[in-house]
Ligand binder design. Structure first.
Ligand code: NBP
Length: 479
């Protein structure tokens, strides 16, 4: 038993995570992959890592010191179940199995329960930052038991990204909490990317700036309150020139966005929880719309506005777009944190929302300055019901809302789709509204289904006899 930690699954994520682990003082890493070639290659290419290779699950188990700790990095779904079954067969009570793949949190809840019955600990862990993060320092979101965290905590802290002196890892909560939070992270990432894409599109169509000029705009934004990895890489992508054609790369990339499904999971889960995550939903649907060429009517069948967009003052317009982006981004994060709060309540997890914002400051795709403001907000008011009502965000939204409204209405007038900008603004105004037309919906529901309604002026539940004399009666509160 020479190794203190093992990795199963040596594709790009697993091999990089294994190398990251091996580079830390005190770690000896056992490695196993279903097909032998990946193991052989890793060992040959990285002799400095001192890996302990195993070629069967039995050999893998016996190469690990007790309690055995192994991180699975294989394809999510069936492959993960297959590996868990094998590890459960060769591991013993007290050992720890960590799934670092992109599992759906309900699968993690199921697996944790099943594995727990054997006395082995199971930890579902969200890993963000892609292959580079896995190698150099990811943001890690482990769930699982308190007992496993005692062993795992120091190891994970040593390999995680560091932001402002703090490792980007925290024990998120029990069973599926880590994968839940990773899922929402990805949902927020979808919203952030869509918002940036809408900003780019508006600037390009509104001012006629070239992609390289817009790259300069994003580089400038990255020096202010929007500073983030996604803004930074946006500038890089916009500046890239296609070697074959000499045109901006963004102009030769097919405009159909792919997705691996975590955005959809975030939205599906939010629907189940009854949490409006409209920014994330619009971002997910915008990718779907883009990737259905047979439905995209580009031949002028559907009429658009007669007038093209004319922007009189390009600098003022760009600043308006920046503020609209910032405000919409606040909404997207606020909705995402709201979903985590609701998920925690539903599944009985105790999740420190401030700690989550801190572990996203480094290593992961949505890393941003802005997350410090979220951490500050939860430090001030831990049970904040709506993140964006914290003083910092109220000030920012107040400063941005005029520009936000101008941009959404300009986009609508010009026929430029801005689903994430406009739905975020609608959400914002929905939260602000003193009275919502939900009252009318309750009236309609009572009319066709006797679903009853409550009144603003007295307690109780009521029904109007719509098909009778239309008097109101007091009703049982059954709906
Ligand atoms: P893949 O998701 O491409 O999975 C390939 C690995 O799964 C190989 O090691 C393969 O072994 C193994 N595997 C399969 Br497929 N079926 C197996 C089975 N039945 N038993 C044992 N092993 C099996 O690898 P990846 O891109 O490195 O991602 C690993 C995990 O990390 C995934 O869950 C992914 O969603 C997650 N993740 C990825 C990223 C990213 O940026 N790529 C970021 C965060 C998380 P073989 O070599 O024998 O075929």
């Amino acid at each position: 038993a020479a190794a203190n930690i093992g990795v199963v699954g040596l594709a790009v994520m697993g091999s990089n995570l294994a190398r990251n682990l091996a580079s830390r003082e005190g770690n000896t890493v056992a490695v196993y992959n279903r097909s032998r070639t990946k193991t052989d290659e890793l060992i040959a290419e990285h002799p400095e890592a001192g890996f302990v290779p195993a070629f069967s699950y039995e050999e893998f188990a016996s190469s690990l010191s007790v309690p055995r700790t192994a991180v699975i990095m294989v394809k999510a779904g069936g492959p993960t179940d297959a590996v868990i079954d094998e590890l459960v067969r060769v591991f013993e009570p007290g050992d720890i199995i960590v799934d670092g793949g992109n599992a759906l949190f309900t699968d993690t809840i199921r697996r944790e329960k099943a594995v727990r019955d054997t006395g082995i600990n199971f930890v579902g862990m969200g890993v963000s930052g892609g292959e580079e993060g896995a190698l150099l320092g990811p943001s890690l979101m482990p769930g699982g038991s308190d007992e496993s965290w005692v062993t795992l905590g120091p190891i994970l802290r040593s390999i995680a990204a560091v932001a402002e002196g703090e490792p980007c890892v925290t024990h998120v909560g029990h069973d599926g909490a880590g994968h839940f939070v990773k899922m929402v992270h990805n949902g927020i990432e979808y919203a952030d990317m869509q918002l940036i894409a809408e900003a780019y599109d508006l600037i390009r169509r509104g001012t006629g700036k070239s992609p390289a000029e817009i790259a300069d705009v994003f580089a400038e934004w990255n020096r202010g309150e929007l500073e983030s990895y996604l803004i930074e890489i946006t500038a890089e992508v916009l500046r890239q020139v296609d070697a074959a054609t000499g045109t901006p790369l963004v102009d030769v990339i097919l405009d159909q966005a792919g997705a691996k499904g975590t955005g959809a999971w975030t939205v599906q889960t939010a629907l189940d929880l009854g949490v409006p995550v409209s920014g994330i939903a619009e971002a997910t649907f915008a990718r779907s719309l883009s990737s259905h060429p047979e439905q995209r009517i580009v031949s002028g069948v559907l009429p658009g506005p007669a007038e093209a967009l004319v922007v009189a003052d390009a600098d003022a317009f760009v600043e308006d777009v920046r503020l609209a982006l910032f405000a919409s981004k606040i909404v997207a994060y606020s909705q995402g944190f709201d979903e985590i709060r609701a998920g925690a309540a539903q599944y009985g997890w105790s999740i420190d929302l401030g700690a989550i914002s801190k572990i996203w400051r480094g290593g992961c795709i949505i890393r941003a300055q802005f997350l410090n403001r979220i951490a500050d907000s939860y430090a001030q008011t831990p049970d904040l019901a709506v993140l964006m009502t914290a003083p910092y965000f109220v000030e920012a939204l107040g400063r941005a809302q005029g520009a936000w409204r101008r941009i959404v209405s300009t986009a609508a007038d010009a026929g430029i789709p801005s689903p994430a900008f406009s739905s975020s603004l609608a959400y914002y105004d929905g939260l602000r509204a003193k009275r919502l037309p939900a009252a009318l919906i309750q009236g309609q529901r009572d009319f066709f289904g006797a679903h009853t309604y409550k009144r603003i002026d007295k307690p109780g539940t009521f029904h109007t006899l719509w098909s009778g004399d239309r008097t109101e009666i007091e009703a049982e509160d059954t709906h």
